[in-house]
Design a protein around this ligand. Structure first.
Ligand SMILES: [Zn+2]
Length: 333
């Protein structure tokens, strides 16, 4: 009886209409298209001269977006038709940033679709600036910093949301309730800045709500920020109309590239070796399969509360790869 009960507990519980959990280990996927290879492939697509901007495109911080359950997800994942409208807005905001960066002297534009709600297929390729190179789809190594390399001259993020636990609109941070490097809390923009910073790539611009722009400027220094809305709760804000936001993004991106070319904006650096500490979101931390799987990645060891882990490494890209393995684990149905 006892044995039967234990065996039953080990079987995945699949309710009608649900998909059984895919337990393929991440190294089976990322051993094929792993992060170093993605970087080499992107470098081969790029021109080494000129000024290259790498733009991360998220959605929660877009002009007018306030509600995760509906506006950030397609209908087939429980969202509303409004998601399609925000895909247009996302593409328009990316285009505004590209146009401004171009006016400031940028010559090459890599766009990485950084919103997981549609498995990183949100930017509309048909509507995107014809000179951009778009990274879309999933799985892709290091999620929001795929292929990032020293040929990039500056990082930008549009549509960004504030850190987990903050009072911002749809605030979160990958799969984490907290993520620190050498004791410094980083949001998603900060994590990209950490990975880019090690390669000498400075972070130039972030747009989103007032909480996101304030916390990112505090983390990264005097970068250009565009505040597109003032958060009243996790799902209400005073929002600026898209047309005004597009003008602001254009002008800020132009200023950001000019300032970067003048050497005003410096890469974010930490003293190595880096001590990284992360705590999974409570829901994930309670999921034994997720917790134990995550505990096998990158030499991490349990640290403190359940679902909290620490690792020490001298490679920010390796941290990005662990983050990617965690994302791969938690994005499973
Ligand atoms: Zn997102």
């Amino acid at each position: 009886m006892r044995g039967l009960l234990s065996a039953a507990l080990l079987l995945p519980v699949v309710l009608p209409g649900q998909v059984a959990r895919d337990t393929t280990p991440p190294d089976r996927v990322f051993g094929v298209t792993e992060w170093q290879l993605a970087r080499q492939k992107l470098e081969a697509e790029m021109t080494p001269d000129g000024f290259t901007v790498y733009i991360i495109a998220d959605m929660e911080g877009l002009a007018g977006a306030v509600r995760n359950a509906t506006e950030m997800r397609p209908e087939y994942r429980g969202g509303e038709p409004a998601h399609e409208r925000f895909r247009e807005e996302l593409t328009d905001e990316v285009n505004a940033v590209i146009a401004g960066a171009r006016a400031g002297g940028a010559t090459q534009f890599v766009v990485n679709d950084g919103h997981g709600g549609t498995l990183f297929r949100n930017v509309l390729p048909d509507r995107l600036d014809p000179e951009a190179l778009l990274i879309r789809g999933y799985p892709k190594p290091i999620v929001m910093s795929t292929g990032l390399n020293p040929m990039v001259d500056g990082l930008m993020i549009v549509g960004a949301h504030a850190n987990a636990g903050s009072p911002g609109i749809i605030a979160h941070n990958f799969a984490f309730d907290s993520f620190t490097v050498n004791g410094v809390a980083l949001n998603e923009a900060g994590i990209a800045a950490f990975i880019g910073g090690e390669m000498g790539v400075p972070f130039l611009l972030a747009s989103g709500d007032d909480v996101l722009t304030a916390e990112t400027a505090a983390m990264l220094g005097p970068i250009e920020t565009v505040t597109v809305k003032t958060a009243f709760s996790g799902s209400a804000a005073a929002v600026l109309p898209p047309a005004r936001v597009h003008r602001m993004l254009h002008d800020a991106a132009e200023r950001a590239v000019r300032r970067a070319r003048a050497g005003e904006l410096k890469p974010l650096t930490f003293a190595a070796p880096y001590r990284v500490r992360l705590c999974l979101r409570r829901g994930y931390a309670r999921d034994e399969w997720v917790r134990t799987t995550v505990g096998t990645f990158g030499g991490m060891t349990p640290d403190g509360a359940e679902g909290c882990f620490a690792m020490t490494t001298s490679s920010a890209e390796a941290v990005g790869n662990v983050l990617n393995e965690i994302e791969w684990t938690v994005l499973k149905p």
